[in-house]
Design a protein around this ligand. Structure first.
Ligand code: ZN
Length: 291
């Protein structure tokens, strides 16, 4: 494994974030009001959604970052959905890399800790072939970032994906992470559950995810985790849509138990259909286990 960069973490323990600003942010909803709402709810931060493209102006990003820092909020970011590092057309492949680069530059302005992205679709290729292309793409992204003297103050996080047609098993994401000092996984538990058609849902299976990461990437990875969690509706083709914990058979409580057991630090982003409601459930359960 390549030596990991020590990208600064401005917090210790576990921080609970909402995916985007809370739904209950007063109208007209803005990022600033979203930050205030997160604080009112006693949550810890926001995963800024660039999922439909990075369109926010630099001055705005700097303004969010400054306000968030003043308020002690943790930021992460989610890159656009339109990424496929296994795209066959050169233009799509280049665009995919550009989405990641733009997300990293925007995240740097906000002072975000990580950028999450969906790496690729298999498109009929085997895992090994897609792995090679994803690794090559990240090599190209990193050399571009070096050429513009990027600060490398933001983790790049390929995410475990919810459909078997998507590159992004636990093993694949951990393997990609081994190749780069600035890459660590984003573990989306609901995606692993849907991808495996209901697997990764017993206490043993969920504890096994953390054990695997510790064994393969070391203790450092467990102290710098980025996780996504939600309820999930799935079918024979994997992920269908995100629901609340209450509406799902997914055992989120084992995830929180494992986080406590392994002394995991980092961020957990609530991606439920009611982001703040389930975020509060996570936060309360984590606090309760600490007593
Ligand atoms: Zn995602």
């Amino acid at each position: 494994m390549s030596q990991k960069m020590s990208i600064p973490k401005s917090f210790s323990g576990l921080k609970v974030l909402t995916a985007g600003i809370p739904l209950s942010t007063p109208q007209p909803q803005t990022m600033m009001k979203g930050i205030d709402r997160v604080l009112e709810l006693s949550l810890d931060g926001i995963e800024v959604e660039f999922v439909h493209g990075v369109r926010t102006k630099d001055e705005e990003l700097l303004r969010f970052g400054k306000y968030g820092k003043e308020k002690g909020i943790v930021f992460t970011a989610h890159a656009p959905y339109y990424i496929n590092l296994n795209a066959k057309e050169k233009e799509k492949y280049e665009k995919s890399k550009e989405h990641i680069i733009k997300s990293l530059l925007a995240a740097e302005k906000i002072g975000a800790w990580s950028v999450v992205f969906h790496p690729a679709f298999y498109l009929g290729d085997d895992s090994k072939r897609v792995m090679e292309r994803v690794i090559k793409a990240i090599e190209e992204i990193n050399s571009y970032l070096e050429s513009i003297s990027f600060s490398f103050s933001v983790w790049l996080r390929p995410e475990t994906m919810g459909k078997p047609t998507q590159f992004g098993s636990l093993e694949e994401i951990v393997e990609v992470s081994k190749h780069f000092p600035n890459v660590l996984p984003c573990i989306d538990f609901a995606h692993l559950y849907a991808r495996s058609i209901g697997g990764y849902n017993t206490e043993k299976e969920i504890f096994g995810i953390f054990e695997y990461i510790g064994n393969e990437l070391g203790e450092f990875a467990l102290k710098n985790m980025h996780m996504h969690i939600s309820g999930m509706e799935y079918g024979s083709k994997g992920e269908k849509y995100h629901v609340t914990f209450e509406e799902s058979q997914f055992h989120y409580e084992y995830v929180i138990k494992a986080i406590k057991y392994f002394g995991v630090e980092g961020v957990i982003v609530s991606e439920s259909s009611n982001v703040e409601y389930d975020g509060i459930i996570i936060k309360n359960y984590y606090t309760k286990l600490g007593e």
